[in-house]
Design a protein around this ligand. Structure first.
Ligand code: ASP
Length: 447
């Protein structure tokens, strides 16, 4: 017998949106006996203008809790599951589940309970289809009475329960509090469930099956056919996701990361693609110097000038205190001899602007304070950067050739990334020209 790797395979909503998608999932699971524990999402969109079942559940519960008639939405939800069951020709009757769910909508058992039913019902169907045991997440994923996730208790329960099962389907997204009430993670939280299970059973790999062939090196709306990143470190992933690139729920990396378990992002619709492997560290040399580029618009810079600032002990602390007191998170803080600049999100800052300015004047008595709005930050990320000279020069040459003025430069001491600030209006072009400077475009040379 082959010595299979032990895997947790999580399938997202679009992978389980219809009977056809279920068939693809079935073929993937059957192709590898190591895929013993499967985590499901609720049925997602079948086409662009479709509605996710989780959204229908929220809507339905909202109608129920306002005392309105919710039967129409309820029927719409039910038909999504009935369609999958009949499409697969399964001998499975979920009538009793639907009756109970209907009752509990009427008695208003909570929004989290309502939202979780998508994963619960889809899990039952998938378990039946695969011939795997169904394990209700409410019995193994634990929250305290305030709704905080309980890591150790969950770990204990999960490993004990799954040790006795060769194969199982466990619904994603939810668990239960000590009194049995259902609690969900935040939206997209089935990714977290998969990661928690992978840790609890010491899986060799956490597979996250979705509808893209991995993490892209740049936003495909801005760059034509960006390449798929083959190997990505957790730190690179954090940098890119913080700047808006997303495939995984951002909290999903922590459980597996602490155990050194890699995550493999795979495409249910193209199962032969290798996808992206996310690892703690690797000696795999990246193909290009940069791993990826991501960015966000909508920042403000606040530049504070004061002669002899550099010799004034505690200056920066006082400045930062003002932002903390106003509950504004700081993105970057490049500084000069007599000047320091703070970058913050425009939306969080704009209503507090005048109060912050007044407090800064009081706190550090600056000579001048200047602000610039509508700035974009772009992170150029790559573990390969620290061993290569000329990265910054390549970025700056590309921007200068495109006549894009750089408003800020920040290179982290880890040399994992270079952040640049440009005006919002140059954001798209900046990403494109930087990408092209590093990655070959049909026929043209990149480096
Ligand atoms: N179904 C839930 C959502 O739409 C959770 C998930 O898919 O991960 O947010």
């Amino acid at each position: 017998m082959k010595d299979e790797l032990l895997k947790v395979a999580k399938f997202g909503g679009s992978s389980l949106a219809s009977a056809d998608q279920f068939r693809k999932v079935g073929a993937i699971i059957r192709a590898d006996a190591g895929r013993r524990y499967v985590v499901d999402s609720a049925p997602g969109k079948r086409a662009k203008d479709d509605t996710k079942v989780t959204n229908l559940l929220y809507r339905c519960y909202d109608e129920a809790s306002q005392g309105r008639n919710f039967d129409r939405t309820f029927r719409q939800i039910r038909s999504r599951f009935d369609e999958i069951i009949s499409g697969l020709g399964l001998d499975l009757n979920l009538s009793r589940d639907f009756e109970e769910i209907h009752r509990r909508f009427e008695s208003q058992s909570g929004e989290d309970y309502a939202a979780s039913r998508g994963e619960y019902l889809n899990g039952k169907i998938l378990a039946k289809y695969l011939g795997y045991e169904f394990v209700d997440a409410a019995s193994v994923i634990c929250f305290d009475k305030e709704g905080n996730f309980l890591e150790d208790e969950t770990d204990r329960k999960l490993s004990a329960r799954l040790a006795s099962l060769k194969t199982a389907v466990i619904p994603g997204f939810y668990g239960a509090m000590p009194d049995g009430r259902i609690k969900t993670f935040s939206r997209g939280g089935s990714d977290i469930t998969g990661s928690i299970i992978a840790r609890a059973i010491h899986a060799d790999l956490y597979e996250n099956w979705t509808d893209v062939s991995g993490f892209l090196a740049a936003d495909p709306r801005l760059v034509k056919n960006p390449r798929v990143i083959d190997v990505l470190t957790y730190r690179e992933l954090r940098e890119l996701s913080y700047m808006g690139a997303s495939v995984l729920h951002e909290e999903a990396i922590f459980p597996v990361r602490s155990e050194g378990i890699p995550i493999n992002i795979r495409n249910t619709n193209r199962p032969d693609d290798k996808g992206t492997l996310i690892v703690e560290t690797t000696c795999h040399t990246p193909e290009y110097i940069i791993t990826g580029i991501a960015g966000k618009k909508g920042f403000v810079s606040i530049s504070i000038d004061k002669d002899m600032m550099n010799s004034e002990i505690g200056f920066c602390r006082k400045v930062l205190q003002v932002f903390e007191d106003n509950q504004i998170s700081i993105e970057h803080m490049p500084s000069g001899i007599d000047t320091c600049t703070i970058f913050v999100e425009q939306e969080a800052f704009i209503n507090k602007e005048q109060r912050v300015l007044a407090q800064l004047h009081r706190a550090v008595k600056p000579d001048t304070i200047e602000m610039e709005s509508n700035l974009a930050l772009i992170a150029i990320v790559g573990r390969g950067m620290k061993n290569n000279s000329g990265c910054a020069s390549k970025i700056f040459s590309a921007l200068s050739a495109a006549k894009i003025n750089i408003r800020m430069i920040d290179q982290g001491s880890s040399e994992l990334n270079i952040i640049i600030g440009v005006r919002n209006k140059y954001f798209e072009d900046a990403i494109r020209v930087i990408y092209e400077a590093f990655v070959p475009q049909d026929g043209k040379e990149g480096r």
